[in-house]
Design a protein around this ligand. Sequence first.
Ligand code: SF4
Length: 282
Amino acid sequence: MLRIKLAKSLGFCSGVSRAINIAESVLNKEKGKIYSLGSIIHNHEEINRLRLKGLINVKSLDEVQDHSCVILPSHGSPRYIIESARKKKLKLIDVTCPYVSHVHKICKKLYTDKFIVIIIGDRHHPEVKALIDLAPGAIIIESQKDILENQFSYKKVGIISQTTQSKEKFFSIVGSILRKNHNIQEVHIFNTICLDTSRRQEEVKELARAVDRLVVIGSRTSANTKRLLALGRRVNKKTFLAEKDNAALLKHLKGAALIGIISGASAPRWLVDRIIKKIKER
Ligand code: SF4
């Protein structure tokens, strides 16, 4: 008989849940058009649900009329966005996760105190772009190959991380930076990977070991979902991404006796429940 083992981490993290609650209340209360600059969170299905409630997604503030109401994403925005919004007299609703704002403060302080800021993360991710804006000239390290010998000789260095990186990668990159740069005078290391991310990463490895198929629910545009998928696959090759309750997923699960299910931090609980129901029906 098919059994399903559910992870404790299912549905939104606290930061995403807060962002969605604020967006919903704005959609209910505000009159006129409500825009979001990019995706508030990285999940197509949830964004689609908000779109049906009237949220208009735009790529740039140029697409928005003066005095409109605009929701900024949970992963933070560069300062030039806030400045151009002021010029257009927009009503801004900033749903940046409080933990991301905390990382902004650390980044700003390092820059003000004249540290070379090193960000371990994906240079194309909006969260990292917002950090670069706070610390112009920051060095982005995406992988081991970005670390050079004696790049930071006799300098003060501050290292932070994108909130959704994996702990293993963060500490291994920090180790390599220090090994290759013996002459660094002062180094401040902040493990800014958020707690929810770390918890899910631990859980996905445990779950992957215990089951014969693993399903990670979330969107392929979500950094933390992609990380869970990669960590799960490292332990169990039969780890699959479920963006929705489609037939392809059920094909992968055929013949399984024990299926594990976990979700990324931006996957809504209603979607998780729908996928679980579909698996049980089959
Ligand atoms: S994953 Fe962490 S940092 Fe990102 S929104 Fe959720 S709580 Fe905030």
